[in-house]
Structures are given as C-alpha cells and as structure tokens.
Design a binder for this molecule. Sequence first.
Ligand code: ZN
Length: 250
Amino acid sequence: MPLTLTVLGTASPYPQPGRPCSGYLLRGGGAEVWVDAGPGTFAELQRHTDPARLTAIWISHLHADHSADLLAAAYAYAFGGMTPPAPVPVYAPQECARRLAGFFGKPDVDFLSGVFDFRPLCDGHEAQHWNLRLTARAVAHDAEAYGLRAECQGSVLAYSGDSGPCAALVELATRADLFLCEADIDEHREGERVHLTPEDAGRVAREAHVRELLITHVGPTLNRESATARAAVAFGRPTDTAREGDSRIV
Ligand SMILES: [Zn+2]
C-alpha cells in the first residue's frame, strides 16, 4: 500500500459534533499507525481499521486534545475484548505511561503490559515498521512535543504536531510531499511562540520546499477555510484543508 493519510479529527482544543480533536491514521509499507489520539478519534479509527491490528500508536505530546483517547484504547484493549495479538508499541513522551497509570489509580502500567508497549520519544528518535520509517523531532511547544516525519518507499509525510515556529519544524518538513501542519492561532500572544498562525504554517512550508500543505488543528479564533486561504498566500503552492474522513495518498 502506498503511504496514505486518513484524517480522523482536526479540532482544537475540544471536540465538536462530527469533528474530533487531533488524530490521523497513517498507512503504508505494511504498517498502520494511529498518529495522535485526540478525543473522539478512537471511534473514528474504527471506521477505517481494526484497532487491535494497529502496528503502532504515535503521540506527539501529552496535551489532552492529542492524547486523551489513549484511555479509550486502553479500555477497548484491556477490558473491551479488543485484545491485540501482541502489545501495541506506543511512541510518546516519557511521562505517557505514568499519566495513564495515574488515571487508573495505579503506580505503573504493568497491568497494561499485555496491550501497550510504551517507547519514549526523544529528538531524532527513529522507528522502523516494515517499510515505514517514523522520525521524531523535538519542536517548540509549552510541553515536551514532537513533530513526525514519515517515510515510505520514497514518499514523505511531515506532521507538525503542536509547534511554534522553529528550525526543527523546517528540517522535519524538508522536501516533504505532504506537510500536515497546525494553524491554531490568529496571532501570537506577547512573548509566546507555541503555536503557528496560518502565515507561519505557509512560511514553514515554503522554507522547507514542501510539495503540498495540508492545514489542520485550526483553533476557535479562526475558521479553517480562511486559515487555509491565508496559509496558501504565504506558501504560494498547493494548500488544502484537512477534513474528517478524508484519505489521500501522500
Ligand atoms: Zn498542545
């Protein structure tokens, strides 16, 4: 299967009817990876694949709008009869396992060891699943946060996660075929660079020489059509809006 992106959810920072928070299904090279587990995305994931068959789960950062549905997956896997044939690797910031354990009032996640295999991310972390390579880069956010570069048989998808403008984001996206990028804010608050405006997203895409820009995670002070139009002006190349249910070959 060629590298394919399916949009499960794009909302920020809370889910809306028909619009879960951040989550994507990435398929290619024999692998299926759930990228970000925003609230509502575990249900949408089931429209497209059997979650018990996931190759891996990849979490950009632990803000709830990107990670809360790990709980939904834990319930399905551990208590809902959706037991995976082997523990599913979860690539996520170090704290992920402890946070999840805390929800269950447990000191650790040993009781979930049959279903999840937690693997902490770090800057430059690489994971290879068959012909799909996942590379993490630390990006600028108000929490430990990573962007993702996914490569499969010559096709490249880059994903910003949540990030302010930074050199790592440009490097991550360099010459990507598709750059899935947040445009969360209308303008920066004084002294704070933890998200992108639509113009920032367009500029990063232009500096990185990406082929196509896909705008996602548009916050409540913007609407996604106008955010996409603003990003397109700054980028000057093909720019589209990520929409729930859409699939595209990278
Ligand atoms: Zn965030």
